[in-house]
Design a protein. Structure first.
Length: 117
């Protein structure tokens, strides 16, 4: 059906930047919604940033002003530019895509982001 592949994670010092990419492939007519969540071991998966089905861009309060979400619809790809990274941004970041005609969320395998102090 749909495959979601993330890339761009890694280790960076506090104050640095990383850019995450997420590409969806398969049977996709259009993208209803797509974005990023993050999760620490033993904790729930929390929203980082997303394009909603209503056409809005939503950011978690903790990343506003530091992270920027963008997309390339021709390539079914979403990007997360992360600037001014903090140690508390350390997590596994998961991309999701909700495409038509399936109208359900597909998740990537996750990419580790580690910010050292």
């Amino acid at each position: 059906q749909v495959q979601v592949v993330e890339s761009g994670g890694g280790l960076v010092q506090a104050g640095g930047s990383l850019r995450l990419s997420c590409a969806a492939s398969g049977t996709i007519f259009s993208i209803n919604a797509m974005g990023w969540y993050r999760q620490a071991p033993g904790k729930q998966r929390d929203l980082v940033a997303t394009f909603t089905s209503g056409g809005r861009t939503v950011y978690a309060d903790s990343v506003k002003g530091r992270f920027t979400l963008s997309r390339d619809d021709a390539k079914n790809t979403v990007f997360l530019q992360m600037n001014s990274l903090k140690p508390e941004d350390t997590d596994v970041y998961y991309c999701y895509v909700n495409p038509a005609p399936w109208n359900r969320n597909y998740w990537g395998q996750g990419t580790q982001v580690t910010v050292s102090s």
